[in-house]
Design a protein around this ligand. Sequence first.
Ligand code: UD1
Ligand code: UDP
Length: 374
Amino acid sequence: MTAPQRILTVFGTRPEAIKLFPLIHVLEADARFDSRVCVSAQHRGMLDQVLEISGVVPHHDLDLMTPDQTLDALTARLLTGLGAVMDEERPDWVVVQGDTATAMAGAMAAYYRKIRVAHVEAGLRSGNIYHPWPEEVNRKVIGAIAALHCAPTETAAEALRRENVAPSTVHVTGNTVIDALHWITGRIAREPNLAGGLANLEARFAGKRIIGVTSHRRENFGGGMEAIAQAVRTLAARPDAAVIFPVHLNPNVRQVMNEALGGLENVALIEPLDYPHFARLLDMSTLMLTDSGGVQEEAPALGKPVLVMRETTERPEGVIAGTARLVGTDAERIVAEATRLLDDPDAYSAMARAHNPFGDGRSAGRIAELLAAA
Ligand code: UD1
Ligand code: UDP
């Protein structure tokens, strides 16, 4: 019998954890793999929420988050910390996901050791290196290094081929976020208490339409965040709507949102929700306002219209399908688009179609087969 492939999965933030736990579950259950997990803890609290619900126990935890971390200091700590773990583990593959600093540094550290890199959610491109910033460059760096590119969609695969990535290394697997969403909704169906903590807000906002909001992008800090806050404030003045806004732990987000929205009757500014409660929020919301990548993928899968508060998106599939709309960070535009959805039932039902261009919930299994065959 051949020795199992040693796979070191590296991640550090909430969205990476959500999109990698389905793959780790599959790798752990398959004797063809020796699954090892290293978290940088680029995020601490928000990462731990996902580790806890998913049952993933890392073999290495670098615990390297610092308050209001800068990109260069974070990247320096990541490179040395992840490199040391790779020297100890000597894996056959390093798996990274998406476009965070942890993913980029993980790919670089692996490359410096000539360890093969598999990139989950490969090929997303906005075409603008400052939107999203710094993620567009992070994922291009990973794309230049990876030996296996797991593209969520054909659009993403085509973007890689246009960059002259060898077609034989590019595979359309779907996005593991849909695997994660299926897994969590299954858990909630069996254990409703896992997502029972929003009952107070449901009672407080009974009879109102819920607008779910998330925002955290670095390129929106400053003016963009203030405009988003202003738009939320205006929408919350409607007597028939209420906003539930789990606020990212980044201090640059919290300060703006607390100042602009704290104490408003129709706005619940709450701590980041764990994944089951966030899935519940998606379910109870009429629409989502977000600059998040993952939420752009999850909301259409649940038939919830998404207004994307960004200038560009690397996820055109939802926009093309008509379930997401790019509205930028101009307060008036955000308010106008949200108002249209709230006041025009035809406009709303045109967007509120469950549509899932991002995957069928079986992406992790496909990625494992690709790793086994490579
Ligand atoms: C990072 C990723 C971004 C991803 C986002 C997901 C990079 C460059 N950016 O955002 O791609 O979309 O995570 O949320 O990798 N903080 C806490 N506790 C936490 C998490 C964050 O206190 O659990 C605070 C800390 O003060 C930390 C700050 O938020 O320094 C920023 O965290 P960081 O990971 O650097 O955030 P972003 O770069 O904004
Ligand atoms: N999410 C969560 N709790 C929250 C907000 C978001 O669990 O309070 C989940 C959400 O379901 C999605 C992911 O976090 O899967 C998105 O993370 P984030 O917006 O931080 O990062 P991005 O996707 O933009 O990289």
